[in-house]
Design a protein around this ligand. Structure first.
Ligand code: ADP
Ligand code: TRP
Length: 330
């Protein structure tokens, strides 16, 4: 059995440093340890949260460019759009029919949305949101991925995928592998400008694909305390220091710790952080600019990607259909 790694990013908003450090970079680094790697744009997941067509269109492009500019090589990995592989949706329906409603009731994403409602529990909850984990299971199972790198917030969806796959295998035929999650430690979560987890939902992001000027501005917006230059500062629980650690060597971190003790100003600390992040991002930005100027390239790459993966999806789906009795009448 081939070792297959697979992960997707929902195409809402523009990718940020948290997505890059928490999802894109580790997935690309892991790819070399696996026989095959699948990276895709989860655009059907995006319409669960966002109904603005222009935003979705822009985000598909930004997420695709982020993967490519960060080093994804489409000749070495399968890179495609979820919506270009309609077999995923077909499988999703079949999986819906083996998924217990009670399992979905326990989904954190669904529970968090209902918890916001007071009188009508289901206000604003679409069937898309409710069955989101089933679509995610279909994304993974259609290619029988063995390993799925995801953030800690997605662990429950992986457990659900294993449950759903097990239920199908038990009811019909053992077709699906039970995929394993690969996740980073909770302390690897990247903090945003306000000290909470960096997330587009919190509007506290530092964008990945930005100009130097915008990068500098968003780093300047990181909230700090009101200690003056000259006052010793604590590097523990400090978003500036914590972000710096993701882009610097041990020696550089020790130097900055020393500067904190010696009362470095917040402005200077943020400048040091900017220098480090910018240094890391320069090649990504350059690659982004050159890819962005070639409008047809992304469409071509994605079309090639889906042409490569669809035959695999079709083959698996035929087996699934046959096992449930939806096949040629004999
Ligand atoms: P957002 O919270 O901005 O909506 P997504 O949920 O679309 O981000 O996450 C896409 C991927 O990026 C997931 O694998 C997720 O775990 C990872 N990710 C998102 N935010 C962070 C963060 N602050 N730190 C580490 N990883 C993150
Ligand atoms: N739900 C994931 C997120 O929001 C994105 C995603 C969709 C995904 N399908 C997937 C991740 C399959 C891994 C595997 O981050």
């Amino acid at each position: 059995m081939n070792k297959r790694i697979l992960t997707g990013i929902t195409t809402t908003g523009t990718p940020h440093i948290g997505n890059y450090l928490g999802a894109i970079k580790p997935a690309l680094e892991l790819a070399s340890d696996f026989d095959e790697s699948f990276f895709f744009l989860a655009d059907y997941h995006a319409i669960i949260k966002n109904s603005n067509r222009n935003e979705i269109e822009q985000s598909v492009k930004d997420v695709a460019l982020s993967w490519l500019a960060s080093g994804l090589d489409p000749a070495q990995s399968f890179f495609y759009r979820q919506s270009d592989v309609p077999e995923i949706l077909e499988l999703s329906w079949i999986l819906n029919c083996v998924t217990a409603k009670g399992l979905m009731n326990r989904s954190h994403a669904y529970k968090a949305a209902t918890a916001l409602n007071t009188s009508d529990e289901d206000k604003g909850i679409s069937m898309g949101l409710f069955s989101y984990p089933v679509l995610m299971a279909a994304d993974i199972l259609i290619f029988n991925a063995t390993h799925v790198p995801v953030g800690p917030d997605q662990m429950q969806h992986l457990e659900m995928t294993r449950d759903i796959a097990g239920k199908f295998n038990h009811s019909y035929k053992k077709i699906f592998e039970l995929p394993e999650a690969i996740t980073q430690e909770a302390d690897q979560i990247i903090l945003g400008q306000d000290g909470r987890k960096m997330s587009k939902s919190y509007k506290n992001i530092i964008p990945l694909l930005s100009t130097e000027k915008v990068l500098k501005k968003s780093i300047a917006k990181i909230v700090t305390n009101s200690l003056e230059p000259g006052d010793p500062k604590d590097f523990n629980n400090c978003s500036v220091f914590s972000l710096y650690c993701h882009f610097s060597s041990d020696d550089e971190q020790s130097d900055l710790k020393e500067s904190y003790k010696n009362g470095i100003s917040w402005g200077d600390a943020k400048n040091k952080l900017f220098e480090k992040v910018n240094e890391h991002i320069i090649p990504i930005r350059e690659s982004y600019n050159s890819l962005n100027s070639n409008k047809d390239l992304i469409n071509e790459l994605l079309a090639e990607g889906s042409a490569k993966v669809r035959p695999m999806a079709k083959e698996l789906l035929l087996e699934v259909r046959d096992s449930i009795g939806i096949s040629r009448i004999s």
